[in-house]
Ligand binder design. Structure first.
Ligand code: DGY
Length: 321
């Protein structure tokens, strides 16, 4: 019997996943470097039984049509599913997996990194050294404390909960969270469920860790930022699309809020002349939340397992729906 064909959309998928899949499947690897285009993915997917999706492009009707009706199984190598047309995949009866949980530690580390870097004004400090404007004085280059602060988590999912656990030893006084409903996890962690508005008003650090959906797209707009404390810090480790970026630029330029730390932005990669790059009160990272060797290996392995389970007619470890 011939082996099922699995398309690997990106040639950099860790070997651990390829080896696992090779035992039972024929792999079609999109070798185009450095990053296969949508057209290159479309060109390779005809007739495959499953797709291992690692791409910034949208996994959508075009891919489903190009693959054909036999393609019934897929997994992304990501927790986020905002680049997948879930409605189209469901309509075609495709079983879809994704890779949540295994990236909790890595992504929450980056949230902590951004909280520290923004609250202690790391970019301004570095620039002061470079520009020879380092001076002494009791009022110079003062940051904001994490100890005694109120931290508001927008979206207390797996990553949000891990951020809370990691911040507790820093002496945070109050954790707030907003979302659809109060959760047991929130209660167990001693976090207080509040409305989005209340969270904005009361928090010293506002951490965005919710998925990008039609509901959350653009929820951090000027009106939202204007509800924050003038000493407030905004952190985003989720998706750039949750923020109206020009509004964030405006409130940072006007010093309406103290600072922002972003691992995600719009677009990615950010153009070199983007206004965000001119702001010394904004710390930017190139979407490296899950970018550690172990985490990427775990994500790849989990995606491969999802595909094997889907092809074997079993329930995936981490189905998307
Ligand atoms: C995810 O898995 O959604 C991450 O953002 C990828 O780095």
């Amino acid at each position: 019997m011939s082996k099922p064909k699995v398309l690997i959309t990106n040639p950099e998928v860790p070997e651990i996943a390829l080896n696992l899949l090779r035992e039972k499947c024929e792999l079609i690897i999109n070798e185009e470097q450095p990053y296969p285009s949508k057209a290159e993915i479309v060109a390779k997917c005809k007739g495959v039984d499953a797709i291992f999706w690692v791409s910034k492009y949208s996994f959508d009707e075009e891919i489903l049509q190009a693959a054909g009706a036999q393609m019934q199984v897929a997994s992304t190598m990501s927790a986020g599913l905002d680049n997948v047309d879930l409605v189209a995949l469901k309509r075609h009866g495709v079983k879809l997996g994704h890779t949540p949980v295994v990236l909790n530690e890595a992504v929450s580390d980056v949230a902590i990194l951004l909280i520290l870097a923004t609250s202690r004004r790391i970019i301004e400090g570095r620039l002061a050294i470079e520009n020879n404007s380092w001076r002494y004085g009791p009022q110079w280059q003062l940051g904001r404390d994490i100890s005694g602060s109120t931290v508001g988590i927008v979206g207390l999912g797996n990553i949000g909960q891990t951020i809370v656990k990691k911040l507790k030893p820093f002496g945070v006084s109050t954790f707030l969270y907003s979302g659809h409903k109060e959760s047991n996890a929130g209660k167990e962690l001693g976090c207080e469920f509040v409305t989005f508005d209340e969270l904005l008003v009361k928090s010293d650090f506002v951490v965005c860790s919710c998925p990008l959906t039609d509901e959350t797209r653009g929820m951090f707009n000027e009106a939202a930022f204007n509800k924050m404390k003038s000493t407030g810090i905004f952190i985003n480790i989720a998706r750039g699309g949750i923020v109206v970026q020009e509004d964030l630029v405006k409130v940072l330029e006007n010093k309406r809020i103290f600072g922002a730390g972003l691992d995600v932005m719009t677009p990615e990669p950010l153009p070199r002349d983007d206004p965000l790059l001119k702001l010394s009160n904004c710390v930017l990272l190139p979407h490296i939340g899950s970018a550690t060797v172990n985490t990427r290996n775990s994500m790849a392995e989990l995606a491969a397992q999802n595909i094997l389970m889907g092809l074997g007619g079993q329930k995936m470890f981490t189905p998307a729906y």
